[in-house]
Design a protein around this ligand. Structure first.
Ligand code: 4AD
Length: 436
């Protein structure tokens, strides 16, 4: 075969080229060898495999080149694809040529163990390694599946602004900035804009970054995270919960369908994940959740927000994601609908994931009463001027409506089984991390 007719392929497609000579653009992850052989562990962004250079089959110069390649050097490798039952991938290349493209010297992330802080200082390079590769590919599946699900359900994607003049989730976790002399904030939520959109398009979802100046250093909090916020006109809480559980099950099913290799690389139990797609998810009132916690030795009083141990206990108790409904009004946002029979609770729901992954969804039915919302905004110490446009929605044909927010990175950790949320986003932003 001449140089021109050798197909250039990607590693993931190697199984279709067994017995053929192909060319692949790749990077060197690692290598080992003896006097007679060099085994190059390669990656090209689609998969990982091994290329074997045998001294007996190539020129002395090529063998020397192969032996001298450094970690993360880039190259074109040419050779025949063979099946290899011993390797994880199942295929390897018998190399006949190597063209080095970019040299690499003293690559900092060596195959030995490194501390997490170091890896995240080097995140721009660490992205190339197996754990980020698998995790972020699953993130990508969740993003694509989100668009697929909501398009199928007749939703319109509505883009909410990121520079805003209001703080719907409370004023304690705000990133403030100067906007030509006015106070502006980085958006905590697209929800109020989604509510406006629902009155125009019936069913909408926003999908964008949300910012919270979280001073907490937990494994579940980022200061910049991505949130999917559907909002539906004429939906009560029950209709919203039914949509939420179908959405979450759809996301898990898509990952099981499309990311078997990545789940295996991360060691995630696929059967366990599959068990979470069985609907419905239990609905437990906040009152009952408090009783259950107290009966199991937790020192909690009615009125408190759940911490991580409480959330973990509750979802593990049911062995699947669980909705906790109707939280105390005092610990929830101003826009949540008052319970028709109780002054002290709102018609809200949090979806808690099992295995300690925490709250993945927060949502509620929205109050529709102009005067009540006005009063709640004032009680929160916020300026009505910032919310007049929002209150307009209650003046002109207000209807029952509900919505929720799913935290993408929380969902990624849940599906991948990653312990810490920083793994779930390409470049995490946390209290002590702004770079790279
Ligand atoms: O419960 P939250 O604060 O709800 C809202 O923002 C509503 N406006 C949503 C709505 O009804 N449209 O946040 C929703 C979800 C949480 O359940 C969690 O998954 C995620 O967003 N989240 C965070 N994820 C990472 N880091 C943080 N600091 C997060 N804060 C919330």
């Amino acid at each position: 075969m001449t140089e021109q007719t050798i197909p250039t392929i990607q590693i993931k497609d190697a199984p279709q080229y067994v017995g053929q000579t192909v060319k692949i653009g790749a990077w060197l992850r690692n290598k080992r060898g003896s006097g007679k052989m060099a085994f190059l562990q390669l990656r090209d962004g689609t998969a990982f495999f091994q290329a074997v250079v045998a001294k007996a089959d190539v020129s002395e110069k090529l063998f020397e080149t192969a032996k001298e390649l450094k970690q993360e050097s880039s190259m074109y490798v040419t050779g025949v694809i063979n099946q290899d039952k011993r390797s994880k991938f199942g295929y390897e290349m018998k190399v006949s040529d190597i063209q080095v493209i970019g040299e690499s010297h003293d690559y900092p992330i060596t195959p030995k163990e490194h501390g997490t802080e170091f890896l995240f200082d080097e995140r721009h390079l660490y992205l190339r390694h197996i754990k980020p590769f698998a995790t972020l590919k699953i993130r990508n599946t969740l993003i694509a599946a989100t668009y697929e699900f909501f398009n199928k359900e007749g939703f319109i994607k509505l883009d909410a602004p990121l520079l805003t003049g209001s703080a719907p989730e409370g004023t304690t976790e705000l990133f403030e900035t100067d906007y030509f002399g006015q106070d502006a904030y980085l958006s905590q939520t697209g929800q109020l804009y989604a509510e406006s959109g629902a009155m125009a398009f019936s069913k909408v979802f926003t999908f964008g970054p949300a910012f919270r100046a979280e001073k907490s250093k937990t494994r579940r909090h980022l200061t910049e995270f991505w949130m999917i916020e559907p909002e539906m006109a004429f939906y009560d809480q029950d209709a919203s919960l039914e949509l939420q559980e179908r959405y979450v099950a759809f996301l898990i099913e898509k990952v099981l369908e499309q990311n078997e290799q990545e789940l295996d690389l991360l060691g995630r139990d696929k059967e366990l994940l599959k068990s979470y797609t069985k609907l419905p998810f239990p609905r437990v009132s906040y009152d009952d959740a408090i009783k259950l916690l107290q009966d199991n030795g937790f020192d909690v009083e009615w009125g408190v927000d759940f911490g991580s141990p409480e959330e973990t206990f509750l979802a593990n108790h049911f062995s699947k994601p669980v909705f906790i409904v109707n939280f105390p009004k005092a610990i929830k946002a101003f826009y949540m609908k008052r319970h028709p029979e109780r002054e002290d609770v709102v018609v809200s729901a949090d979806l808690l994931a099992p295995e300690g992954y925490g709250e993945i969804i927060g949502g509620s039915e929205r109050d529709t009463d102009y005067d009540y919302l006005k009063q709640r905004i004032e009680e929160e110490g916020q300026s009505l001027e910032d919310y007049n446009w929002y209150l307009d929605l209650r003046k002109f044909g207000s209807v029952p409506h509900s919505g929720f927010g799913l935290g993408l990175e929380r969902m990624v950790t849940f599906v991948t089984g990653e312990e810490h949320i920083r793994e779930a986003i390409p470049f995490p932003r946390m209290m002590h991390r702004l770079r790279p």
